[in-house]
Structures are given as structure tokens and as C-alpha cells.
Design a protein around this ligand. Structure first.
Ligand SMILES: Cc1cc2nc3c(=O)[nH]c(=O)nc-3n(C[C@H](O)[C@H](O)[C@H](O)COP(=O)(O)OP(=O)(O)OC[C@H]3O[C@@H](n4cnc5c(N)ncnc54)[C@H](O)[C@@H]3O)c2cc1C
Length: 460
């Protein structure tokens, strides 16, 4: 039997894979996209939908002055300056064009929010389902792009010259091999749902909720490792703070009231961190608290900043879902969350005085999030509390790639024929993830990997 043959085989149909498929299809390549699950979307469709872009028409309309330089400076700062600068600057060169490409391909950006790690409001919100479906509609119209569902890739194979040129996969009860003459693109996401890999690389996150696409088991990482791929950023694996302990991927039960002016207290009724820092770092601090139990606490002034239908700031939705304690006095609040009243009162009074004097004496909080906004005192009833914990939802560390998306070995040499994009790759975020940069990198590098594979030369 003749082996199936395509120019490119893409593993995984989240944002990186679907952007790659559209790009490749529109360039006239013959493409096969293999998706392990029975639908597209992976972690992308569970996400809050923030994308980090700078200099967009949406920012212009909102009167927000921004630049690529400022975006990249924030990204390097949040990443502890250990991000790979060549990946960050490549993102900078392509981010605005990618935003326009997404808009031109039917992706709707609903609104703009100030989100973690950014100096200005830069979280461009998509509905991830709408985005994936809109791109998939285009794929379906391209006769040169084939998508197989329930088709897990198992291994990637090299030819006798050492070039990756085939994929072994399962489909309709059979094990098949497909030829990929111009390359294989790994877009199979991270390993947030692989207990095996999390135990191996992030045992410090035992006890964190596991939220992410159910197909995201690190298959692509293992396939790349078999052929000598290097890894980046594994030491920086972190959870994300702000989920209710009952949270699961499908139902939104995350709220970040602290970025609107709430505080976070532990079971002793004490603050333990500057709440304006990245929710990844907040996750680390929360995990060190007694019994890992923490509460976000806020007042009506903060509640008034609830944003309808926003994935992170729809605090009223949390109230409707009965996930909040809502009370008229601090005494009742202390009782509900079972912390000593006098400690809670002292915590709030010290915090209020501190931020009013411009100097939080305990943790140095001056802003709402990153460098943006001013905190307000917690004083206006009713008062609110939201039990919050840490979730492992995206791994952000992974195989090493160069700026063209070529997978590289420990000597930074490309592994011929092998490309990767999206959450499976490491190096871009460094020590810290900046909100919106993961969906952003999936879209930017998904397309760039295709361009490099079809040109067979690195994209500048
Ligand atoms: C709750 C939550 C909120 C988030 N919020 C944001 C946010 O607001 N902004 C942001 O930037 N990031 C956010 N993230 C992270 C972001 O969603 C992901 O990093 C991003 O969507 C990854 O895209 P991807 O295409 O690389 O992978 P995915 O979207 O995960 O897609 C990978 C696909 O590969 C498939 N696959 C896996 N193994 C195989 C195999 N062997 N063969 C074939 N297919 C395979 C999977 O089934 C999946 O469909 C969030 C994540 C979660 C879980």
C-alpha cells in the first residue's frame, strides 16, 4: 500500500495548530492536521481568551498609548530577563501583523482589559471557541488541508539522512504512517494533564488543581525528546492563583479581584504578598500558606469594578454562582472564613493606611496590577470573600526552538524537518508568564513555523 504523503503534518488542533493549518493551506501546501481528541481546541478553548498585542486599533480607540517596545520590555521584566531574547523580539516583529491576520480571518476581539504583567491595558479578549471555529471554517474551505479527529500521533520518524519526515499515528482503529516531505509541526500543547510529567518536573505543585485540555499529556514533548530536542524553562513551572477550589476547566470559577483592589489573606487573617504581582508568583506564595488555604477579600468599591462577561473580572458572576461570601461587617466576614476578627481588622486597617499614605508598609503594594492603577481602601460594605487556590493550567516550559520555530538540540542546532509552536515550546516566557502571551505566541509562532518549513530557511 502506498504511504499517505503531505507537505506538512501538524500535530494538534489548538490555536497554534489551527493557525499553522490556515497559513499552510493558504500558501498552497498539502497539509494534514492530526487531532487526538474528537474536537479542536485543546487548552485554547478553556482559556480566558486574553491576547497580548500592542499598538492595535482597539487601544487607539480607548486612548491607550502603547508600543511594541513597551510590550517587549514588560515581557522581559515578567520573565525575569531569562526569556530567550530572539523569541521575544520575533514576537515583537510579528505581533501586530498577527492581530490583523486574526481579525482578517474572522476572529472577534471583544474588549480590552488591564491584565497581569502589563504597564497598560493590553489584554485583547477573544472568545476562544469563536476563534477556533472561525479558523476551522476557513480550513474546511481549503481542499489542500485535511483534518483527522480522534487521530493521536504516536511517534515521529527520521529518514536515513537524519531528517524527520514521517509521523506514526492511530486512526479508525489502524496504525498508519504518513510522509511529511517539508516538515512536521508539533503543536500538541503542554502537559498540564499529565500526572507523570508533572510529578517528574513540578512535584512542588502537588495539590494544585489540574485544569487544561484533556489531550495535553506532553505527547509531542516525548516525541521530540526521542530525537534529541533540548528543553527550556522547566525550573520555572508555576501554578496560577485565583481559582475557587471547586473549579474545573469547563465552568469559569476564577476571579482576580485583587487586580481591581482586593487583598489576599491566609487562614490566620494575614496578608502575605504584594497582590499586584503576577498571579503565577501569587500562586507560589499562596502554596506556602498554612493548609494552602487563602481568601481574596474586597469591598463594594472593588465589586463596582466587576466587568460583565469578562473571564477574570466578572465578580458578579461568582456571586451568582454562590462562590462568594457577602456580608455587611468585617465581624461576619471573619466568622464566614474562620479567621481571627482582631487580626483581620488589623490587616485591613494597616493596609488601608498604607496605601492611603502611598506606602504599603508590609509588602510595598503601590498599584493594582504590575505598574497599572491605584489601590483603594477596603472600607465600604458589603464585604466579600472568595476562597482561592492554585491551578496548574498551562506548562509554558518545553522544547527548545529557534526564532523560526525549528526544534533545536542542546547545541542549538536545528533538528532537520522538525518544527514546534505554542505551549509545547519553552524559552519564550522565561521565569514568568505574562497574561495573553501564550495565546499570542501560539498564533504568532504557529504561522512562522509554517513559513520557515515551506521556505526551508529561517524567517527573519
Ligand atoms: C483555564 C485557562 C486559562 C488560560 N487563559 C489564558 C489567557 O487568557 N491568555 C493566554 O495567553 N493563555 C491562557 N491560557 C494558556 C493558553 O490557553 C494555552 O497556552 C494555549 O491555548 C496553548 O495553545 P496550543 O495551540 O499550543 O495548545 P492547545 O490549545 O492545548 O492545543 C493542543 C492540541 O493538541 C492536541 N494533542 C495533544 N497530543 C496530541 C497527539 N499526540 N496527537 C494529536 N493531537 C494531540 C490536544 O488534544 C489539543 O487539542 C489559559 C489556559 C487555561 C487552561
Amino acid at each position: 500500500m502506498l504511504m499517505e504523503s503531505y507537505d506538512l503534518v501538524i500535530l494538534g488542533g489548538g490555536l497554534a495548530g489551527i493557525c499553522a493549518a490556515v497559513e499552510a493551506g493558504e500558501q498552497g501546501a498539502n497539509v494534514l492536521l492530526l487531532e487526538k481528541q474528537d474536537e479542536l481546541g485543546g487548552s485554547t478553548v478553556l482559556s480566558s481568551g486574553y491576547m497580548a498585542f500592542a499598538g492595535t486599533d482597539m487601544q487607539d480607540t480607548a486612548g491607550i498609548l502603547d508600543s511594541t517596545e513597551s510590550l517587549l520590555a514588560d515581557m522581559m521584566e515578567v520573565g525575569g530577563r531569562v526569556n530567550d531574547p530572539s523569541l521575544v523580539s520575533t514576537y515583537g516583529r510579528h505581533q501586530l501583523e498577527t492581530y490583523s491576520w486574526l481579525v482578517d480571518h474572522g476572529v472577534e476581539f471583544r474588549s480590552l482589559e488591564a491584565v497581569s504583567g502589563h504597564s497598560v491595558p493590553r489584554g485583547h479578549i477573544i472568545d476562544p471557541h469563536q476563534a477556533i471555529q472561525s479558523l476551522y471554517r476557513i480550513v474546511k474551505q481549503l481542499p489542500n488541508v485535511t483534518v483527522h479527529f480522534n487521530a493521536p500521533a504516536k511517534r515521529i520518524l527520521k529518514n536515513t539522512e537524519g531528517r524527520i519526515d514521517r509521523v506514526l499515528y492511530e486512526f479508525e482503529g489502524k496504525e498508519l504512517t504518513v510522509l511529511a516531505s517539508k516538515g512536521v509541526i508539533l503543536a500538541s500543547g503542554g502537559f498540564a494533564k499529565s500526572e507523570e510529567l508533572l510529578q517528574q518536573f513540578a512535584p512542588q505543585l502537588n495539590g494544585a488543581l489540574r485544569i487544561g485540555g484533556s489531550g495535553n499529556q506532553g505527547d509531542g514533548l516525548k516525541m521530540a525528546w526521542e530525537h534529541g530536542a533540548w528543553v527550556h524553562d522547566l525550573p520555572y513551572l508555576n501554578g496560577t492563583f485565583g481559582f475557587h477550589p471547586t473549579a474545573s476547566g469547563a465552568v469559569k470559577s476564577q476571579g482576580l479581584a485583587f487586580y481591581k483592589g482586593g487583598i489576599i489573606v491566609n487562614q490566620l487573617g494575614k496578608r502575605f504578598v504584594n497582590e499586584s504581582i503576577s498571579y503565577k508568583l501569587l500562586g507560589k506564595a499562596a502554596f506556602e500558606q498554612p493548609d494552602q488555604i487563602t481568601y481574596q477579600v474586597w469591598d463594594q468599591t472593588v465589586m463596582d469594578k466587576s466587568v460583565f462577561d469578562d473571564p477574570l473580572y466578572d465578580l458578579e458572576l461568582l456571586r451568582r454562582r454562590r462562590l462568594l461570601y457577602v456580608v455587611e461587617t468585617l465581624e461576619e466576614l471573619a466568622d464566614c472564613i474562620d479567621v481571627p476578627l482582631e487580626v483581620l481588622e488589623e490587616t485591613i486597617s494597616r493596609y488601608n493606611q498604607g496605601i492611603q499614605n502611598g506606602e504599603d508598609p508590609d509588602y510595598g503594594r503601590k498599584t493594582l496590577t504590575h505598574n497599572f492603577g491605584k489601590p483603594t481602601p477596603i472600607e465600604k460594605a458589603p464585604f466579600y470573600a472568595f476562597e482561592s487556590t492554585v491551578a496548574m493550567l498551562a506548562t509554558y516550559a518545553g522544547i527548545a526552538v529557534n526564532a523560526a520555530g525549528q526544534v533545536v538540540n542542546p547545541y542549538a542546532e536545528p533538528i532537520p524537518g522538525l518544527y514546534a509552536a505554542g505551549e509545547i515550546t519553552g524559552g519564550f516566557h522565561g521565569a514568568g508568564y505574562m497574561t495573553g502571551s501564550s495565546l499570542g505566541k501560539a498564533a504568532v509562532f504557529g504561522r512562522l513555523a509554517v513559513q520557515a518549513a515551506l521556505a526551508e530557511v529561517p524567517v527573519k
